[in-house]
Design a protein around this ligand. Structure first.
Ligand SMILES: [Zn+2]
Length: 119
């Protein structure tokens, strides 16, 4: 991968990480608000559900955050943009869509096929 491409993906990952930082903070505040409003005599069942949803969103975003962190680490070590399975360069088009991709398109597909079907 060219240095300017690497710089481009690093910037995209860092921007996304900053965005997630804000979103995670908001989700946690929402959850906190929902929990606190129960103390103020709100409907406990509804508030509990709201808190759960907000925490759930926070957890999903944290997982994406970890993936971005991992991708940024791979940039530092020089492993970024290489397929974990065969070490080949990941297609730039694929990285455009999924900057934290760890495998090339072919291996991503075979990993999906080997997964048990979900309902
Ligand atoms: Zn591959």
């Amino acid at each position: 991968m060219k240095p300017e491409q690497l710089a481009y993906f690093r910037q995209r990952l860092e921007e996304r990480r900053a965005e997630l930082n804000r979103a995670i903070g908001e989700a946690q505040r929402d959850a906190q608000d929902a929990i606190e409003s129960v103390d103020e005599g709100g409907d406990a069942a509804v508030q509990g559900e709201l808190a759960e949803t907000a925490l759930d969103v926070g957890t999903r975003r944290t997982k994406e955050y970890d993936e971005i962190d991992e991708a940024l680490r791979r940039i530092e070590t020089g492993d970024y943009g290489r397929c974990e399975v065969d070490g080949e360069e990941i297609e730039i088009g694929r990285l455009e869509v999924l900057p934290m991709a760890r495998t090339c398109a072919a291996h991503a597909r075979s990993a999906e096929r080997s997964r048990p079907p979900t309902l």
